[in-house]
Design a protein around this ligand. Structure first.
Ligand SMILES: Nc1ncnc2c1ncn2[C@@H]1O[C@H](COP(=O)(O)OP(=O)(O)OP(=O)(O)O)[C@@H](O)[C@H]1O
Ligand SMILES: [Mg+2]
Length: 575
């Protein structure tokens, strides 16, 4: 007898299940996809033990007749495609006819379904064996519950993580559907606690619900069409830029997809507004002609293939750029500023000086290298190289105007200083403290009892940004030093502000540190109305361009307005 034999159906199913059902979250994903394909308007998901113990998804979709309900759990049974050509025009989330069979081969399942308010039918499946049940009560649609995931595959069960970790994956899955189908109502219940409850709404409203309401003030609409491609959704402004990935959502006709190239298209649209290791927020839905994409390349269908990926890349990038146009227009064109009398052959000069050789004794080779050297420095210009710090003025004691090669920039002195101090304070909170100036006359500050005890808690933070203070009798502190860039008269305002944010934010959160840094920066920064001398303006501009985000203040207001020569010439009808 030969050694090769055909696998049993049960084994085939279990192997196939390995591709689709990785963890509770994959079951949730497959069940929600089926509900959406069935036209559901309401989808209720409940899990216990993070999905390790049980998962239930109930919908008000089209439902299944008794025979279909049984067939749905066999392998390669689907209502979604019929002919090979259909594979090239898939408009449903599912089409492989495998998900339910896979789930049923590795867990215990009960399914109940009703069509058009009929009596409905109910089945139970364990180890691939289907048994009919007396139908329970369900008014419309389908409800499927899955328990004891991987009970029949102990090797797999071992890989399940804690309920907490698995539940995080479940939330991620539900969140993705909630964002790609804002018109559908979702409820997510975990161990009898409501985690998410959203009714049918617009995407903008949905974003506010899924994240937090402040997101709505920080998103820009994307609505772009080119050829047969269409891109809609929202991108975040700079307030929603994070140091970690996790709030980037790209959908292809509602299907969440992972595509590094396309994500990079979005990032690149932000240009210098975000640096490496920073990730802007986006929720974008891409519509493409069905025959231009192949969704049948990955069992979980999370990766897709585009016929012309670069075309999609450029379309996506243009779509995001269009949405960001207003923000992008504030980035000045920072070419090196050269005073009008600078001779063109001067490129090599700095190198010559540095090399200490007398003029004229430099070989052609050296000059060539010198030119290269100068060019490489230019890639990362210092502000003094592209802003003409000699031609700098203060207007209306609130704006700084200066010349750049492509025109001029107008800088809001308060927000510019605020940005500088904000980044400095954040750095100080994370690492080395900021310098402090000793007050000639220490300031006595008396506070209500609760604020006093909160302030004592905050001493370590305040010391980091340059305050020096100590307890001074009942509910009173003595302030002996303040951050060196701050006037002593601002002490009370800052302390009050920081105490307020202490109430609303938890101090171990990054957002609390940001709040401390922001309120310090806001109070300590020069105000509109403060007169600045030339040296102060020069230093301000220099330091502004040394910050990570010179174009936007921590509250999202622009810092720089850019007026190009081209635009001036146009206004003066010079061209
Ligand atoms: N919630 C539901 N409401 C109505 N019909 C459903 C529901 N869930 C499944 N079905 C029916 O059962 C069939 C099998 O579902 P299953 O998820 O196994 O395969 P599929 O969705 O067709 O393809 P895929 O394996 O890619 O998900 C579906 O084609 C659909 O007709
Ligand atoms: Mg399916």
């Amino acid at each position: 007898m030969g050694k090769i034999h055909v696998l049993s159906d049960d084994l085939k199913n279990k192997i196939a299940a390995g591709e689709v059902v990785e963890r509770p979250a994959s079951v949730v994903k497959e069940l929600i996809e089926n509900s959406i394909d069935a036209g559901a308007k309401n989808i209720d998901i409940s899990v216990s033990g993070g999905g390790n113990a049980s998962i239930q998804v109930a919908d008000d979709g089209s439902g299944l007749e008794s025979d279909d309900l049984k067939l749905a759990f066999s392998r390669h049974t689907t209502s979604k495609i019929e002919s090979p050509e259909d594979l090239h025009r898939i408009s449903t989330l599912g089409f492989r006819g495998e998900a339910l069979a896979s789930i049923a081969s590795v867990a215990k399942v009960r399914a109940i379904s009703t069509v058009d308010g009929g009596t409905g039918s109910e089945i139970a499946i364990s180890n691939g064996e289907i048994s009919e049940q007396v139908p329970g009560s369900i008014v419309e649609g389908t409800s499927i519950s899955v328990t004891d995931l991987f009970f029949s595959v102990p090797a797999r069960r071992k890989f399940l993580k804690s309920a907490k970790v698995e539940f995080r994956h479940v939330i991620q899955v539900v969140r993705r559907f909630a964002l790609s189908y804002p018109e559908i109502a979702f409820n997510l219940i975990a161990d009898d606690k409501k985690v998410l409850s959203v009714r049918s709404e617009t995407l903008e409203e949905r974003i506010g619900k899924v994240f937090d309401p402040t997101y709505r003030q920080n998103i820009l609409a994307v609505d772009y069409a080119k050829g047969q491609f269409k891109i809609t959704g929202f991108v975040g402004n700079l307030n929603l830029v994070r140091k970690r990935r996790g709030e980037q959502f790209l959908f292809l006709e509602g299907r969440y997809i992972v595509d590094r190239l396309l994500n990079s298209a979005v990032y690149s649209a932000y240009r210098s507004l975000v640096s490496r290791g920073e990730f802007p927020f986006f929720v974008l839905n891409l519509k493409a002609p069905l025959d231009q994409v192949d969704v049948n390349v990955h069992p979980m269908k999370i990766e897709v293939r585009f016929q012309d990926e670069w075309r999609v890349y450029h379309t996506l990038k243009s779509a995001v750029e269009a949405a960001l146009a207003e923000i992008l227009s504030t980035i000045p064109d920072l070419a090196k500023f050269e005073p009008p009398d600078a001779a063109s052959g001067q490129d090599a000069l700095p190198f010559q000086r540095q090399s200490g050789q007398p003029g004229g004794a430099v070989g052609v080779d050296t000059v060539e290298r010198a030119k290269q050297y100068v060019r490489t420095i230019r890639v990362q210009p210092q502000s003094s190289e592209f802003v003409n710090l000699e031609n700098i003025w203060q207007v209306h004691t609130k704006y700084i105007v200066s010349e750049i090669k492509s025109g001029l920039v107008v800088i809001d002195q308060h927000v510019a200083h605020e940005r500088i101090l904000f980044e400095q304070a954040l750095q100080a909170l994370e690492g080395s403290p900021m310098p402090s100036q000793t007050l000639l006359f220490p300031e006595v500050v008396e506070l209500p009892a609760d604020e006093f005890s909160a302030l004592i808690d905050l001493f370590p933070f305040l010391e980091k940004i340059g305050f020096r203070m100590k307890e001074f009798g009942k509910n009173t502190v003595l302030v002996e030093g303040v951050p060196s860039e701050m006037g002593w008269e601002k002490i009370r305002g800052i302390l009050k502000d920081i105490l307020d944010s202490y109430e609303t934010e938890k101090r171990e959160h990054a957002s609390f540190q940001e709040a401390v840094a922001a309120s310090f920066a806001c109070h300590a920064a020069v105000k509109a109305g403060d007169v600045l001398v030339k040296e102060e303006m020069q230093s301000l501009v220099d330091r502004l361009f040394a910050t990570k985000h010179p174009y936007y203040c921590p509250h999202g207001r622009p810092i720089i307005v850019n007026l190009s020569l081209d635009e001036l010439d146009r206004r003066f009808e010079r061209n």
